[in-house]
Design a protein around this ligand. Structure first.
Ligand code: PMP
Length: 419
């Protein structure tokens, strides 16, 4: 037991052995005698057997297209898919199911807002505020829109400690922005941004707010009503669910006033040769056959996370990141980016003096440790810190302190090789 393992008894506990037994991939060896240590959950999480089985069961027994059929299978498939939407609505704080739009991923959710809300409500010269730590998925859609209609993009600076500079933000708000779009938690720095404060300041200045919840919704309780976010985007695949399904939450009145994003089947009520009437929410934004099995899988993922408890997930990750930061500090030449533990979720991005992050990732992989190396879709943030790339260890509910120990052993191996 380390110092960090000793927990406050009031902190919700997670039974790691039980959780790990739910994830089949964690039982595998990367090569003979080398078990997998998966530290890449910020890229995509592993899937518990409950999710795999739900999707298998759907394809074996219930597969049909939804919404349009009257037969039993179509009704069952529709009930499962719409049931998953209700689970998502409950999971993010009890919003209405009609406020939950299924997309392909966080990226598509943000693009939907830029394309539909942005094109309708923004005009040349309007200010949109982003941050310097954004993922490309919350930069490029706004850059594309800016190029098309002439927006003024502004950026909340990141301090050298890896936090958003809120004084600079307050000044930017004097430009009367129309929208603030920011990440709730950074996939590189691990910074958990003060979302509630950012949102209330934005609203006081008359702006709407989009929260990129790709790294927050999977890792700690997010109550979108309490936050009062106008838009929230996240992905199923980072929260124990399948790829191919994303979520866009938006306040009902905003969705009602937004034009459809894609046109086709299912998003209409009535079609004539030269016109159409759009469907009710949320179907207005879901053209064509959706990712049905993936919706079912996402529903199972939410059931799974609820059964563990999001408070317990967060407390567990806090414990693991605390231990990881402590141990990473021991390794000579390792430099961890991002803020102090107090402001940080389960992500540790680091450089290793004199060694390219790709070499780090390759060497620790020999010990079964999966970490990511690169710019993690945040090139401007890496440029700001004047580094081309980092290696990133990211944690989830199934990681243990022993996983961190294996990473550290791998880093000593790097040191041995590179001297
Ligand atoms: N935003 C953040 C903060 C992310 O970490 C990611 C995924 N790395 C995304 C957006 C994009 O998610 P997706 O690829 O599922 O669209």
């Amino acid at each position: 037991m380390t110092e960090t393992s000793k927990q406050d008894p009031s902190t919700p506990q997670l039974d790691t052995a039980k959780v790990r037994a739910d994830f089949p991939v964690l039982q595998r060896e990367v090569r003979s005698g080398v078990p997998l240590v998966y530290l890449d959950s910020a890229a995509t999480s592993q899937k518990p057997v409950q999710v795999i089985q739900a999707m298998d069961d759907y394809y074996r027994k219930h597969n049909a297209n939804i919404h349009r059929g009257i037969h039993t299978l179509a009704e069952e498939a529709t009930a499962s898919y719409e049931g998953a939407r209700q689970k998502v609505a409950d999971f993010i704080g009890g919003v209405k199911a009609r406020e939950v739009v299924f997309t392909r991923n966080t990226t598509e959710s943000i693009n939907l807002v830029a394309y539909s809300w942005g094109r309708k409500n923004l005009k040349a010269g309007d200010v949109v505020i982003l941050t310097e730590m954004e993922h490309h998925s919350n930069l490029v859609p706004w850059q594309m829109l800016a190029a098309e209609i002439g927006l003024q993009l502004e950026f909340i600076p990141v301090t050298k400690e890896g936090l958003l500079d809120l004084d600079a933000y307050r000044q930017l708000l004097e430009l009367n922005p129309k929208l603030i779009a920011f990440m709730h938690m950074s996939n590189v720095l691990g910074t958990i941004n003060p979302a509630k404060e950012i949102i209330s300041l934005a609203h006081a200045a008359g702006a709407l707010v989009l929260v990129d919840g790709a790294q927050s919704v999977p890792h700690f309780p997010v109550d979108v009503k309490d936050l009062d976010a106008d838009f929230l985007a996240f992905s199923s695949h980072k929260m124990c669910g399948p790829t191919g399904l994303g979520v866009l939450y938006a306040k009902e009145a905003l969705l009602e006033a937004m034009p459809p994003f894609l046109g086709g089947g299912d998003m209409i009520k009535r079609v004539q040769l030269r016109s159409f009437a759009a469907n009710d929410l949320p179907h207005k934004f879901e053209a064509g056959t959706p990712s049905i099995a993936e919706g079912v899988g996402m529903g199972a993922a939410i059931d799974y996370l609820n059964s563990v408890g999001m408070e317990a997930v967060y407390a567990h990750e806090k414990q693991i990141i605390a231990y990881a930061l402590e141990r990473l500090e021991e390794v000579p030449g390792v430099w961890v980016f991002g803020p102090e533990l107090e402001h940080k979720g389960g992500v540790a991005s680091f450089t290793f003096e004199g060694v390219h992050p790709h070499d780090v990732a390759q060497i620790v992989d020999e010990l079964g440790v999966a970490v990511r190396a690169g710019h993690h879709c945040a090139m401007p943030l890496h440029e700001k810190f004047d580094i081309p790339a980092t290696a990133r260890a990211s944690f989830y509910l199934y990681n243990t302190e022993a996983d961190v120990d294996q990473l550290i052993e791998g880093l000593y191996r790097v040191k041995e090789i590179f001297g």
